[in-house]
Design a protein. Sequence first.
Length: 547
Amino acid sequence: MLLERIANILELKGENTFRINSYRKAARVIGDLTDDIEEIAKARKLTDIPGIGEGTAEKIIEYINTGKMAKYEEIKKGISEETVALMQIPGLGPKTVAMLSRELGIVGLADLENALREGKLKGLFGIGEKKIENIIKGIELFKTSQQRISIGMAYPIVKRIITGLQHNSQIADIQAAGSLRRMKETVGDIDILVSGANGADIVKAFVAMPGVTQVLASGDTKGSVRVEECVQVDLRVVSQDEFGSALQYFTGSKEHNIHLREIAKKKGFKISEYGIFQGDKKVGGTFEDEIYKMLGMDWIPPELRENRGEIEAAQEGKLPKLIEFSDIKGDLHNHSNWSDGIPTFEEMAAYAMKMDYHYLAVSDHSKSLHVANGLKEEELLEEIEEIDRLNKTFKRFTLLKSTEVDIKADGALDFSDKLLEKLDVVVASIHSGFKQGKDKITGRMVAAIHNPYVNIIAHPTGRLISKRAGYEVDMDKVIEACLETGTALEINCYYDRLDLNDINCRKAKEAGVVVAISTDAHHLDQMWMMELGVGIARRGCWKPKMY
DNA sequence: GCCGTTTTCGGCCCGACTGTTTTCAGTCG
């Protein structure tokens, strides 16, 4: 995003911080849009977007018309991308990078490492022994730092740690915070907050837990470790009367907190991780909701805390009552051992009943998907018979006859309508021809949506978090077709898919399209991932009953 | 650069930590 790049370069140039933040904010709100930016520009409504003023609107229009931004072309002169990237090294900020570039002509990481080796940093203004040591450590950290991981990987780690610690008698409250609590699809590190009297003891117990591979810090109020899964987990200990405000603070997002503090300030309050204050007097902090209440708004569910309008909605008492895991009555996309799954029908049904579900779809792959042991027509017919037989043995529970039918590269479905008609739920999805152009892929999907027997389009974009970008699909056209036919789009809960993502999910909701939250489980112990999908749906503002 | 119950100028979130320029700037979350 060009606006973000402008912000980075301006930062390096030591421009006014507030101007830099304006560019960052503009870049972010545009990234969060569910509507097409060009459409908004055409309707001359860019400045209606909070954070976009006259100046930025002009630049966006210029970019749409010419593919360039004069401002960017102007400021990037003489500054290399490599130099801008140096700011990502922990401990190196814009001031230091600019100084190193000015004094030593350092352009990129290679230059910096050479200069360090040759001892050139010594004696520079503001650089001492310690600073040099920290830059070296920072480079190391930068090189080995992990990408953000899927929330589906982080979630079980948190559950394990919380389960392991909650019996500790010193701990009063324990709760995950950060982007994990907000159910963001990826998390950088994991933040866990506890309240308790003896911080040092709690931290000691934390760093000694099984699964810890490296202790990064262990103090009286904070412990930091790396666990087997190569993720950093931070534990912070606060007193009980600070737990609410600390939870609010550490949950974020940063943008949400900044906006909240602006409002607090205007109302004569000050909020920090230690509490909410009126003058010097602490007026709250034990419970998170009291902070929101004192600021004259409803408590905001963590999943919505991204500064995308949730604060205004809370002020007006217009926050939706979001869907919860307990609202889920079944799962419409699962695989059995008849194709590439592990469990038998009986095991699936028993597990679903234990989860308090009323129904569960058996949606094994179709014949073309050989790698996943796709079912042939006669096998699907057998499967139908077997499920019918089993259903007679259940009370208040139904296994639904289903398939995950392939939308083949030529756009045809892998099973005939005559066969699909015999099923309770038809899930259709793309597993081939990923590299086709946008029109072709969209055409295939729209054709499937128009098939009268297709109920759900699974993993609509095909992306795999941190692994595969997904095929090119025109989501607006897909949504339009779904709206026309009543076909549902899936929120695939599988941890590395989470597809639809939160933005597309909200887009679907705003359009009035139905979504199905399904796990695509191939194993019983993947069925918990429904919780992830519910999180995405909550971020997409879905209520329990839309219709 | 944005924005307005402080409304067209003058603000713009809060606190901790670190290292060094010894009174505070830079960086981070």
